[in-house]
Ligand binder design. Structure first.
Ligand code: 1CP
Length: 346
């Protein structure tokens, strides 16, 4: 089989013969094979053993026929490399032993040297590039979302401690954003140098901010990151949940693809960001638990909207739930491909 580069064409808003598709959290607990590997290794251990990590990354590509692989890792892996004690508790999420609350906590964070601090991740990427016939997406958390774990100490509902720091100690907040931005730039660059062909920045929780506060407390950092990576020769994808009201600001960022959730329609997202971005999304992942007829109807709607302009990548609006059946994602992938290629031939 020849290499399939549809995903990269769509990122660059070039014409494709069918719509590319991949799924956030496409490697994970909905797969019996993943659960079996997790009986033997923790998530952190998988990330430390390149053969196993590559196997977990490849699994959904082989099983589902998706058009891109995403490196199996977690947004907290480079945070660990910064010298922070991170534990990922299954079924819960990352837990930070000493959360960042003051300047002295921040000063303990080290600058990341990927070749020295994250050699297993880079080796996994090199293995994957040899094995894959589809592009490999590298990824990183974006500073606000990373900061939410670092400051709260774990998953959160309201981000109260994070927002308190932002509103009450802007100097500390800016210093934290700066440190994280340096890491993001270095880490994304290292992943691309090792063989990743696109980079997704997960800003999953940034939708908890008002547009004014996003503009003031996060946007300057994101602008610096996007500009710092503009020579990368790999498309940059920026994704967050509940970001409909932030999209007019994202319009000013030099990224290539905007990832959206199901709370906004694709035409409206295009209205808000303008015509110089590809769009990725946006099926509500809960729909995957509905009968097939419902899934098909919703997927068709998304494809009809997405295909109005070049530069569309089918995905979910957030990650796959563990309750989803593998067969459902197989069938959906096949549907996205056949429905879109038939329409494109019309
Ligand atoms: O195929 C893939 O996409 C899997 C690779 C992957 C990715 C892209 C994992 C493995 N984590 C991530 C990114 C990640 N991690 C994000 C951004 C994407 C998103 O919003 O879902 C976030 C917020 C995290 C933090 C995290 N890690 C959580 C969320 C906690 C919360 O605040 O609600 C959880 C549950 C984890 C653990 C984790 N990471 C990855 C997996 C498969 C799991 C589940 C636990 C396990 O299998 O042990």
């Amino acid at each position: 089989m020849e290499r399939n580069e549809r995903f990269l064409y769509a990122c660059n808003r070039a014409p494709v013969d069918q719509i590319p598709v991949w799924y956030m959290r496409q490697a994970g607990r909905y797969q019996p094979e993943y659960r079996k590997i997790r009986e033997k290794y923790s998530l952190m251990e998988i990330c430390e053993i390149p053969d196993v990590c590559a196997e977990v990354t490849l699994l959904p590509v082989q099983q589902l026929g998706v058009d891109a692989a995403i490196l199996f890792s977690d947004i907290m892996i480079p945070i660990k490399a910064m010298g922070c004690q991170v534990d990922i508790k299954g079924g819960y999420g990352p837990v930070i032993e000493h959360p960042i609350r003051q300047m002295s906590d921040l000063q303990k964070l080290r600058r990341v040297e990927p070749e020295e601090d994250l050699p297993k991740t880079l080796e996994t990427i090199r293995i994957l590039r040899r094995e894959l016939k589809v592009p490999l997406i590298g990824f990183t958390g974006a500073p606000f979302t990373l900061a939410s774990y670092l400051v709260e100490g774990g998953p959160s509902r309201n981000y109260l401690k994070t927002k308190s720091m932002m509103f009450s100690s802007p100097e500390l907040w800016n210093a934290l954003m700066d440190r994280l931005a340096d890491m993001v730039i270095t880490y994304a660059r290292a992943q691309v140098e090792a063989g990743a062909e696109a980079v997704q920045m997960f800003d999953s929780w940034v939708g908890s901010l008002s547009p004014q506060d996003y503009r003031r407390y996060v946007f300057p950092t994101m602008k610096r990151i996007a500009e710092g990576l503009s020579d990368l020769h790999a498309p940059l994808i920026y994704f967050g949940v509940n970001t409909a009201e932030l999209l007019p600001i994202w319009r000013e960022l030099s990224v290539d693809v905007i990832g959206i959730d199901w709370r906004i329609s694709i035409p409206e997202a295009r209205n808000r960001v303008g015509s110089s971005f590809a769009i990725q999304g946006n099926l509500d992942p809960a729909i995957l638990l509905a009968p097939w007829e419902v899934i098909e109807e919703r997927a068709k709607e998304i494809l009809d909207q997405g295909m109005e302009k070049p530069g569309f990548i089918f995905n979910l609006g957030h990650g796959v739930f563990p309750e989803v059946r593998v067969e459902t994602l197989q069938r959906l992938t096949e549907f996205v491909h056949t429905y879109s290629s038939n329409r494109l031939r019309e």
